[in-house]
Write a protein that binds this ligand. Sequence first.
Ligand SMILES: Nc1ncnc2c1ncn2[C@@H]1O[C@H](COP(=O)(O)OP(=O)(O)OP(=O)(O)O)[C@@H](O)[C@H]1O
Length: 316
Amino acid sequence: MTQTPVIEVDRLTKKYGQFTAVDDVSFAIHPGEIFGFLGPNGAGKSTTIRAILDLIRPTSGACRVMGLDSRHDAVEIHRRIGFLPSDLALWPNLTGRQTVEYVGGLRGGVDWTRVGELSERLGADLSRKVGEYSSGNRQKLGIVLAFMHSPQAVILDEPITGLDPLVQLEFHTLLREMADAGGTVFLSSHTISEVERVADRVAFIRRGHLIAVEQMAELQDKALRRITLEFGAPVPERAFLGVSGVHEVTMDGPTVTAQYEGSMAPLLSVATAHDVLSVSSASVDLDEIFLEFYRDEVEAAGDDLDAAGGRDGRVA
Ligand SMILES: Nc1ncnc2c1ncn2[C@@H]1O[C@H](COP(=O)(O)OP(=O)(O)OP(=O)(O)O)[C@@H](O)[C@H]1O
């Protein structure tokens, strides 16, 4: 028996006048998954989320959440899920606690034990007025609001904005716990390192088009790795020509660096024919993986590769 997807986007298109913000996008997210939705600014991530939540009407296509139609069953969908928008609007004169009471009251009651547990884990101070909050504190309150009714699914739009690294870590632990318990996380982000850290599967969206949906583990398996070899003396460059899986060999005196994929054995058998002193290898970051996998698409789009996968771990 095939399981009903928790979130299903089916040939979604959203046009604003002549401009197509989301173009024929389809994907399905299953129970227990953390699904990363990665793309540059303006790619169409928030537009897709708004359609899933019936905050905008699609030009064509449909979205479903837990088998419910986004357009017809929006109230029930909002009751069942947790949502953290990228542009969280709060009431500046209410304290965090009053905000929780108000939003919880609309949903039907507040589980204060859960709220206390979430606030403590994130270090959220609910006693102060929201208008006095730092941006990180506002985000923490947004997370409490999204998780406080223990929903089966959460939709999170750029959730770690403004959070310090330790809080990010705790938040990602919370997501993993939720997925391990069978819950579902839809995580929209333009931060590659965040998606790499937590997602089980990742969809890459660019200019309204879904470019790829990949299992994170497979993506990392396919990743290129970088190797550095130190020799007792410089080695002729031709020694590494045509070695299976080896790319981008650079020589600096007796130091050779290269990228390789698959087994390291062919490279090592060449290296050991010379006076090799040390070998070190490291995985290439996900941003480089994306550049390798999507080089064709990015080049076809006429973009600068650095702009598509900046060193700061963001896609521009
Ligand atoms: N109401 C609107 N009217 C016209 N264009 C819009 C509207 N809302 C969004 N767009 C455009 O649609 C495109 C997709 O926007 P969207 O907010 O979905 O991007 P995003 O991937 O969430 O980006 P970001 O990471 O910057 O939030 C952008 O080019 C944006 O300018």
